[in-house]
Design a protein around this ligand. Sequence first.
Ligand SMILES: Cc1ncc(COP(=O)(O)O)c(C=O)c1O
Length: 416
Amino acid sequence: MTTVQQPATRSADDIRGDFPILSRLVHGKPLVYLDSTASSQKPVAVIEAMSQYYETTHANVHRGVYEISEEATAKMERARVKVARFINARQSKQVIFTRNTTESINLVAYSWGYANIKAGDLIVLTGMEHHSNLVPWQMLAQRAGARLEFVPVTDDGLLQLDVYEQLLQQQPRLVAFTHMSNVLGTVNPAQEMIAQAHAAGALVLLDAAQSVPHMPVDVQALDVDFLCFSAHKMLGPTGIGVLYGKRDLLEAMPPFMGGGDMIRTVGLRESTWNDLPWKFEAGTPAIAEAIGLGAAVDYLNAIGMENARQHEQNITAYAMEQVQQVPGLIIYGPGAARRGGVISFTLGDIHPHDLASILDQEVGVAIRAGHHCAQPLMERFGLAATARASFYVYTITDDVDMLVKGLHKALEIFKL
Ligand SMILES: Cc1ncc(COP(=O)(O)O)c(C=O)c1O
């Protein structure tokens, strides 16, 4: 049996104490939260940073000449610096605040895409993309008359890299793929894939919604052109996400949305644009959310991203070992060594929605059920839906044990 080692700095048991929601009850039972892939919970440090901002500092940013507005601006821009350091961006102006991963990808598809993708151009995606890294490229391709090709997924849930190499020979303009699958948990070999794409003359957008929260990500080491992620999946608030881009690319891109803050001068008939990053941040930004994201980055840094990754690998290995013993249970995707902290599975012919309801009501376990915004991937495996359990820095083996107890309960209820 796998022994679960806790992060070297603090144990997951200890970390849990920082998350008020983890001590609440659901249906009279302690909440067991196994849906962090959809959205993570928030530590007191993040909640307090945001409420302290509202209690003491709130004013609009970038325009006030009075004290609290200057303080608000400084706090927000400090958060940008924290995020830049977290992903090892060369400069904080390469960090654009958006609403979420989805908006970050759309920003690139509209701004870079409409300026650079022409009829007949090729964009390479994969068969394991979240809808947010698929639909914006479909929209762009339809409008520009461009082509989309897909790297297929093997039965083990890995990318078919020989096909990727063949597609690169067709000289795509852009390759966009997920660093880690939100369904299969597969961690893709991003560094090698990016180097190969560059050698073929393509730019790369990496959907890091599931990697930045769970493992060290270094944009300079990856040499990635665009990187997108969401605060709410990394202990931060909803309503704020990040687009990182290489500076020369961002400088050359036209604005995505027009309005206040993104301009330098405005005339009745034309305007000029602000510097990076504000050129892409039209209107009043999510100030408290940026500050909350900064606090989340501080919190994750204190744990250490290597420790976070190690803990999740250990808990995932433990969970795979345990759930596999439930009769009739099938896990999709690769072994624990090649995946992050997420397990998609089916149990006999119990519908995943029924399974999720039973787990919620009988043992207080919150898991996800459905297509996980990856319908083409579901189709690839001949499925309409799966159940999905996912883990984070606050997940403990007791959580997994309660999941297993709930799965046995479901078998009993369905008389399987
Ligand atoms: C791999 C991946 N990409 C993109 C997204 C979209 O993130 P958001 O809804 O925060 O924009 C998700 C969300 O689950 C995801 O898992």
